[in-house]
Design a binder for this molecule. Structure first.
Ligand code: FAD
Length: 405
């Protein structure tokens, strides 16, 4: 594989870079002494910035042109992310919407849903959240218990709870996986819905993190009325629709490390500020290991890109990138904290957020154990874990589990 830009890619990179040079001064400042402080102000500024990125063709790069995207390939998306990281400006606010939920609506939504929702999503006018995980359905997502019942007029009533919902505190809409038929095996009785977050009966409660922020939420649904046209991808087809979202999640996280700023040069700079650490062979050794693992991820990422470029769906090995990036960044964070001491976690430290956020990122988008299970079964061909729930109606599962306990 030729790792240099092709002439077309180089032209695309130059165009993106020149747009960023012209507009970088309009980007919100999120770090350092001039950083915005007020949460509402930050969100408003980031929404406006997302709108500018979309107008400049730097958001929705792979979305079809008819929905406001650029109709380009994943390589062009990666080039955009690399250039945004290079310009040290924030990316889009609604990475979950534009990166995962929008593509799900493009793949499974009706024409009306596409024309109503995609434009405002891309431009940051309406932020979206992913209402999948529940207290008893995370790794085992198909176990969701939020229940939607259809009324005689075709509308729906929704009851239940979601958790860890990123951005729900300011989202306009959520894409929600609910159980619509408990009398069939668990993967079959699910349906995907679009839920307006301001509908009567929706309650959002923030979860405060170690970093002080509250980016995630619990969301409660108390007899929420949904119109018949809220269904995405057809009744009973929720699992297939969710798999589309999860595939885009895997790609977004796997290819997104450049945008996250988890870069061994940055780590090395932070450590080199300390003369003793710079000369310490143990520190240099750990840094070398992190750098070589991140380099290996980059090359694995090229394989994922090659698959995407050929129109193939990247395989489960893409999950390995997430595990390696997160574990590498955690080790780097520990090293930086050792070298810089308590300052590394201080209010003005550029590392405080990364260090406190990474343990959560271990779970987001699939935990390490689940990703390793998948790689074991689907890449290495190891025997699958026993599935005791196979073929059993969801409504009978709990009594069977209770009897087995
Ligand atoms: C930062 C962050 C953001 C998130 N944002 C969202 C969001 O916007 N929307 C959303 O819907 N969800 C979101 N999530 C939830 C995320 O998808 C779940 O945390 C994840 O799927 C794991 O589920 P869980 O937390 O319920 O853990 P569990 O599934 O309860 O797992 C607990 C532990 O058991 C292990 N385990 C479970 N099953 C197995 C098994 N079969 N084999 C071996 N080990 C196993 C796990 O690896 C883990 O260590 C977010 C999570 C985080 C941390």
């Amino acid at each position: 594989m030729d790792l240099d830009d092709t002439p077309q890619q180089a032209a695309h990179r130059a165009q993106v870079r020149s747009w960023l040079e012209e507009h970088a001064s309009e980007a919100p400042v999120l770090n350092g002494p001039d950083a915005l402080q007020d949460e509402q102000e930050i969100i408003a500024a980031r929404r406006a910035w997302q709108g500018k990125l979309a107008e400049g063709g730097l958001a929705g790069v792979t979305w079809p042109k008819e929905f406001g995207g650029q109709g380009q390939g994943p390589i062009e998306q990666v080039i955009c992310s690399q250039e945004i990281a290079r310009a040290k400006v924030p990316g889009i606010l609604d990475a979950i919407g534009v990166g995962m939920l929008g593509p799900t609506i493009i793949a499974h939504g009706t024409d009306e849903q596409k024309s109503r929702y995609l434009g405002p999503m891309l431009h940051g006018d309406e932020v979206w959240c992913q209402l999948f995980s529940e207290p008893a359905a995370g790794s085992d997502l198909a176990a969701v218990q939020s229940r939607a019942r259809r009324a005689d007029d075709g509308s729906w009533r929704l009851n239940g709870q979601k958790v860890w919902t990123t951005n729900a505190q300011f989202a306009s809409y959520g894409l929600l996986l609910a159980r619509t038929d408990p009398d069939v095996p668990k993967h079959k009785g699910l349906t995907m819905f679009i839920v307006p977050m301001d509908a009567p009966g929706v309650t959002v409660r923030g979860l405060r993190q170690i970093s002080g922020e509250a980016e995630f939420n619990e969301v409660f649904f108390d007899d929420v009325a949904l119109d018949a046209d809220a269904v995405v991808g057809g009744e009973g087809n929720g699992w297939a629709t969710a798999l589309t979202t999860l595939m885009f999640e895997r790609v977004t996280i796997g290819l997104g490390s450049e945008g996250l700023g988890y870069n061994s040069n940055r780590f090395a700079h932070a450590i080199a500020t300390n003369e003793d650490a710079r000369r310490d062979p143990e520190v240099r050794h750990v840094l070398g290991e992190i750098a070589s693992e991140l380099l290996a991820v980059r090359f694995t990422g090229y394989r994922t890109l090659t698959a995407l470029q050929k129109g193939q769906v990247p395989g489960p090995e893409a999950g390995l990138a997430k595990i390696t990036i997160v574990n590498g960044a955690i080790r780097a964070g520990e090293l930086i904290a050792d070298v810089q001491g308590p300052d590394a976690l201080g209010k003005d430290s550029e590392w405080a957020y990364m260090i406190s956020f990474l343990p959560g990122l271990k779970s987001a988008g699939g935990t390490e154990e689940i990703l390793r299970n998948t790689i074991g079964e689907r890449v290495l061909g190891l025997p699958p874990a026993p599935r005791l729930d196979k073929g059993i109606p969801f409504s009978e599962l709990r009594s069977k589990e209770a009897a087995a306990a």
